[in-house]
Design a protein around this ligand. Structure first.
Ligand SMILES: Cc1cc2nc3c(=O)[nH]c(=O)nc-3n(C[C@H](O)[C@H](O)[C@H](O)COP(=O)(O)OP(=O)(O)OC[C@H]3O[C@@H](n4cnc5c(N)ncnc54)[C@H](O)[C@@H]3O)c2cc1C
Length: 373
């Protein structure tokens, strides 16, 4: 039977970051993914520069042969309302394509990669895990995203969870579409829903366009997405219909997720445990940070993978992301009618200082939170 010390289930940003964090640990690390890379992932593909520093990636080296779109500002507003341009005159974010980014992280992770094989069964035997009846691992790290099969074993009950639901399409524009696209590549556009329960985005990444919308409310998502696309057309931001299917996915925000990140011989990282930032829904940076923190905890456990020894990972998560808690709109929602919250939100979105200092600097760019050492 094949063996390894640590089996990471899922080769997305969380799994690859965890393997990369373990590359000098002396542990035999393998990543199992049900898909063959490069593979597509439903995502806007917006990342903050901290992601590159945390993984010691040289942006210019990454850009060789891959799409890397510098972002220097944002246009923000509410759907159907007016908008504000914020210019940073410096690169504050990047646009990437997930099929390129995830493959790059996976290949440099240093782990043995088993692709095109889904996790189908996990059995506990004498303190080890038997994976698919064929492989033995001392520790299993669940990095399989929102639908991670390892998360199910630690008690995740998806039917009862309050997930963000989102739909998006990414496509390469032809000549006619490029001529009919007013979105500037270095200035992505973000438009909040009238009830402030979500927002739509329009990211141009060189000749690729990514349009999508995510909400904290699962009802009538497709109607919200269709209304957003109509708004972009009416406002002259795009003059064509979306030529690709809008695909949907779900994930959990930190503070809302109740998934347990640690169990005997098991850790959950990234979307598998639900870590995306509450206001922006950015999930790549928290996924990568959780992978690196998990690696730290695994090394510190010195081969003792009991729940107690791995508890350190839970403490590191709490130290990094804070204790759970609702965002301002949910807290306000307990005391105020939702129409008031929408009206207050839309007024604030028309205020330059609020957009720059709160929405962009604090909620989207996390500019006061330095990259993980
Ligand atoms: C529409 C949408 C837009 C988004 N836009 C952004 C954005 O612009 N910026 C941002 O930061 N975040 C964004 N997010 C969130 C972000 O995509 C996720 O938080 C991030 O991908 C989490 O990374 P991960 O490694 O935990 O999981 P994933 O990236 O989901 O990777 C999980 C991996 O596990 C594999 N897997 C699953 N099941 C199995 C199995 N049974 N066996 C083996 N392998 C398995 C999958 O094939 C996959 O490769 C967006 C999310 C959505 C839905």
């Amino acid at each position: 039977m094949e063996t390894c010390d640590v089996l990471i289930v899922g080769g997305g940003p969380a799994g690859s970051a965890c393997a990369w964090g373990l590359r000098n640990s002396g542990l035999d690390v393998a990543i199992l993914d049900k898909q063959k890379f490069p593979r597509d992932k439903i995502c806007g593909g917006w990342i903050t520069p901290a992601v590159f520093s945390e993984l010691a990636i040289d942006a210019s080296e990454y850009a060789r042969g891959r799409l890397l779109q510098p972002i220097t500002g944002f246009r923000t507003g509410s759907i159907g309302g007016s908008s504000i341009d914020t210019d940073y005159q410096a690169t504050v974010s990047y646009g990437i394509r997930r099929r390129e980014f995830d493959e790059y992280l996976l290949r440099r992770s240093g782990a043995r990669v088993i692709e095109g094989v889904a996790l189908a069964s996990l059995q506990r035997e004498n303190g080890s895990w038997i994976v698919n009846g064929q492989m033995k691992a001392r520790l299993v790290v669940g990095a399989g995203g929102h639908f991670c099969p390892v998360a199910k074993l630690t008690g995740a009950r998806r039917a009862r969870e309050d997930a963000v639901v989102a739909q998006e399409a990414e496509f390469e524009m032809d000549e006619r579409q490029r001529a009919g696209c007013r979105i500037r590549a270095e200035v992505p556009e973000l438009y909040f829903c009238a009830d402030i329960k979500g927002y739509g985005w329009c990211f141009r990444k060189q000749n690729f366009l990514n349009i999508g919308l995510g909400r904290m409310d699962q009802h009538r998502l497709s109607e919200h997405v269709a209304a957003f696309v109509r708004f972009l057309q009416a406002a002259g931001r795009i003059t064509f219909d979306i030529p690709a299917a809008l695909l949907g996915h779900a994930y959990l925000l930190y503070g809302v997720s109740e998934r347990k990140p640690v169990d005997d011989g098991m850790l959950l990282i990234g979307d598998a445990t639900g870590l995306a930032y509450k206001q922006s829904g950015e999930g790549i940076r928290p996924a990568i940070e959780s992978g690196l923190l998990a690696a730290q905890a695994v090394v510190a456990a010195e081969g003792n993978y009991s729940r107690e020894a791995l508890h350190r990972y839970e403490m590191l998560l709490r130290k990094r992301f804070g204790t759970s808690g609702k965002d301002w709109a949910s807290r306000a929602g307990q005391h105020m009618p939702s129409a008031w919250i929408g009206a207050i939100g839309r007024t604030l979105l028309g205020t330059r200082w609020f957009v720059r200092d709160v929405v962009l600097d604090r909620w989207f760019l996390h500019s006061s939170e330095p990259a993980l050492e």
